[in-house]
Design a protein around this ligand. Sequence first.
Ligand code: NAP
Ligand code: ZN
Length: 348
Amino acid sequence: MLTVDAYAAPSATEPLVKTTIERRDVGANDVLIEIAYSGICHSDIHTVRGEWGQIAYPQVVGHEIVGTVTEVGSAVTKHKVGDRVGVGCMVNSCGECENCLAGEEQYCLAGNTGTYAAVDRDGTITQGGYSTHVVVVEDFVLKVPESIPFEKAAPLLCAGITTYSPLAHWNAGPGKRVAVVGMGGLGHMAVKIAHAMGAEVTVLSQSLSKQEDGLRLGADHYYATSDEATFSELKNHFDLIINTVSASIDINAYLSLLRLDGTLVSVGAPAEPLPVGVFTLFGNRRTFAGSSIGGIRETQEMLDFCAEHDIAPETELISADYINEAYERVLSSDVRYRFVIDAATISA
Ligand code: NAP
Ligand code: ZN
């Protein structure tokens, strides 16, 4: 076992504190990664605060991880010492069910193993990326292209894939009008990726305070949802809406913005249900859908797409002792647009 430094939540209500955790010995199929950077996803906050259900404490979160391979197991073929790699939201799956065989391990019928707060194959609880090292099965380790700046790459492993996957699945591209609701970590990546795919992109944000940024990141239009006129002006307008909002919103108001056969995909994960009126769905034969992260093959495809299109997240690099403040800023939508922890500061 390897004892490593980490930042953990002691309970649902206390700030995260510096601690140590154990990483398992490197097994035949494992790689040991020295973590360089770790992103802060809103899911980390939902999880440690118990908003999605009870978890065991202390808990280390973080599922946007990039680092360097420092050791490989005897049977490892995909990665070697010195490789620049990434780990996202899952670290294992059954590998045998029809969804795993289809390369959609995130939908593993036995349940994928989350990077944190999940029961691992050995019965221990997985501990995430706010740490200096992690041991992961090689099949769940991604290659980070050299052209993506390392200190910016981490958020691609969750915010990037979670928006790329539905944009690709619902064919965002030339001639398609795509709206992104909420311009935070996921939302700003959705804007960049949808723009690179060739879609006409509109941001629907609570206010116009980030309008200049939105247009710079690739949006063609920007509207404030606090303005009632937005909903009448854009009625029956979009082919695809990606909802990234972490809180409950009036989903029917957004569904009414879909044109014929349009789809609203929720990737935002508020704890409360989003009640849908079927009559809103009847109009324009609309679809209300959800989407969870992305499979390993698609995550690599997203990383390569971002490298090819020169896409990197907008990040604010922080030291580990700033995590609790960063959480408060995420909660007040004061994030531009993803906090990334410099893992070197975790041991400081
Ligand atoms: P984030 O950075 O906090 O962004 C969420 C954005 O939603 C905010 O920046 C804000 O944008 C908007 N927003 C927040 N509160 C709002 C409210 N009360 N009403 C209207 N808009 C509000 O969070 P994130 O890391 O992008 O994550 C977003 C959500 O996706 C979270 O629930 C997270 O758990 C979930 N998630 C899901 C998956 C998946 O696989 N489906 C993966 C990762 C994350 P504006 O300021 O522009 O309005
Ligand atoms: Zn996430």
